[in-house]
Design a protein around this ligand. Structure first.
Ligand SMILES: Cc1cc2nc3c(=O)[nH]c(=O)nc-3n(C[C@H](O)[C@H](O)[C@H](O)COP(=O)(O)OP(=O)(O)OC[C@H]3O[C@@H](n4cnc5c(N)ncnc54)[C@H](O)[C@@H]3O)c2cc1C
Length: 455
């Protein structure tokens, strides 16, 4: 330990190191609080690429594991510390280095907060679309680490589609540049894409070139109430089948609606079983909303209410963004699933989840990026009750099994982390798993980068 600190100090300013155990403990885990986490030996907050390289060279020389972290809003334990590790927090590398309207790119350091970037590019008439609900807190480095999605991904796509190039510090401290800052480019294997979603297991992202789009017009939102989740899912299928491209298509079930009201007193309709939010940022959003409203009514909506203006639209989105936090307040703990299924199987996924909740006698609220088929069943349980905790884990697993059965994936956007390690093997199969382990071995032969995650 003394050797580690001495070698780290040799290349870092004093204020880049935290060793106070009370403070380092606060860096031990992300927001999936039910996942196991170890005690870090030290937390390092570098400000430059050279400092990150120094940390990795030291870690390699002394064979100390390194856990990269952004804002620790992750929901799979992917940023959780292991015992004796160096926590490498990239939050102080938070400069926006360039915004180019001509090239339609932004070049950023990894600690830039997603919302900060969105606002900065908006000032120049541009947008950075990936918008996780945690956008006011999470970092671009974390978004790249988890390949995160968000509300507007149904129209604009996920993080992977916006990362053009990266600077990455490898496990041994070498600096590698991947990708491009051009509109096109196909030179060699797409290592940029490989890093997106790699959960800090292949290298440390220290710079990213991100694609931007022109700012879309302000979106207008419609809320539709349904007597069942299945009817709301039917509306989703009708909307997509007719070729509409909403800028978001989100679902909250009855449990979620009541949880949001209990927390934020938003006056959402409590008697309804599912609320569908659809938005359009097209030149004539009112006309698109009217067409979608008719499709909702045909699918059985009891109430279809278009927002009157942008402020009312924002309020509805606020309710959706609060969903996970509100469900967390239902019992003492939650396990948040992230199963994504083909849209055509969404109703089966929601009905199946309700059946699982009944079987295990648990409250499971579901909010969903419905337009993407990406559901977040949130299993609410009392951590102090061993039997309830056991039932929570079993129902959580059964939800993933259901997702795979329906042709889906165990994680649409939150990643594998430590939470879903056992399930990754089931989804990939033995050959896929072997190839992925080979990639890890190539980039990190000593197994120092974020050990214990993914596999
Ligand atoms: C209320 C709430 C709502 C959420 N909503 C969404 C949502 O709508 N969509 C969604 O996708 N997610 C959502 N999330 C999950 C989370 O916010 C995202 O996964 C986010 O991308 C994590 O970013 P972070 O900065 O907190 O990263 P962290 O949690 O700190 O890290 C995430 C992963 O990235 C790695 N990492 C971080 N920085 C680097 C780097 N510089 N180089 C290499 N690896 C790195 C870490 O090792 C870890 O594996 C939500 C979370 C909360 C709490």
């Amino acid at each position: 330990m003394d050797d580690l600190l001495a070698q780290l100090r040799a290349g870092l300013p004093a204020d880049a190191l935290i060793t106070d155990p009370d403070v380092t403990a606060s860096y031990a885990h992300d927001m999936a609080s039910f996942c196991a986490a170890g005690a870090p030996a030290v937390v390092v907050l570098p400000r430059t690429v050279e400092q990150v390289q120094h940390v990795m060279r030291t870690a390699t020389a002394l064979r100390v594991p390194v856990v990269p972290q952004g804002a620790r809003t992750g929901l799979s334990g992917a940023a959780n510390a292991t015992d004796g590790c160096i926590v490498l927090s990239l939050t102080k590398m938070d400069r926006i280095l360039e915004i180019s309207a001509v090239d339609r790119i932004a070049v950023v350091e990894p600690g830039v907060i997603n919302a900060t970037l969105s606002r900065a590019v908006a000032e120049q008439g541009l947008s950075y679309p990936p918008d996780p609900s945690s956008w006011e807190m999470c970092t671009i480095g974390g978004n790249i680490g988890t390949a995160s999605g968000g509300l507007c991904c149904v129209k604009y796509g996920v993080t992977a589609e916006y990362v053009l190039g990266l600077d990455v510090v490898l496990a041994d401290g070498r600096l590698m540049t991947t990708g491009r800052r051009t509109a096109k480019g196909v030179a060699g294997y797409d290592l940029t894409r490989l890093f997106v979603g790699s959960e800090g297991s292949l290298g440390i992202v220290v710079k990213a070139v991100l694609a931007l789009r022109p700012s879309p017009p302000r979106q207008l939102v419609l809320a539709a109430e349904f007597p069942s989740a299945a009817a709301a899912c039917d509306a989703v299928c009708r909307i997509m089948e007719r070729g509409h491209t909403p800028s978001l298509l989100e679902l909250m079930d009855g449990t979620t609606i009541r949880a949001v009201n209990a927390m934020a007193h938003m006056g959402l309709p409590e008697t309804t079983e599912a609320l569908l939010l659809a938005a359009f940022d097209t030149p004539d959003p009112a006309a698109d909303l009217a067409a979608v409203g008719e499709l909702c009514a045909a699918a059985g909506a009891t109430e279809v209410v278009p927002a009157e203006d942008v402020a009312e639209s924002e309020l509805l989105l606020q309710a959706r963004r609060l969903s996970l936090t509100a469900l967390e307040a239902v019992r003492s703990a939650t396990m948040i699933d992230d199963v994504c299924v083909p849209r055509s199987r969404l109703a089966a996924m929601l009905d199946g989840t309700a059946a699982i909740a009944e079987k295990y006698g648990l409250t499971i609220g579901v909010c969903a990026h419905a337009g993407d088929g990406n559901t977040h069943p949130v299993v609410c349980f009392d951590q102090a009750d061993p039997d309830e905790s056991r039932r929570a884990r079993e129902s959580f697993d059964e939800i993933m099994a259901l997702g795979l059965e329906l042709g889906g994936t165990i994680t649409g956007e939150h990643g594998v982390g430590v939470l879903k390690k056992d399930w990754l093997a089931r989804e990939l199969g033995p050959v896929g798993l072997e190839m992925q382990r080979g990639i890890k071995q190539t980039f990190d032969p000593l197994g120092l980068l974020n050990p214990g995650k993914l596999f």
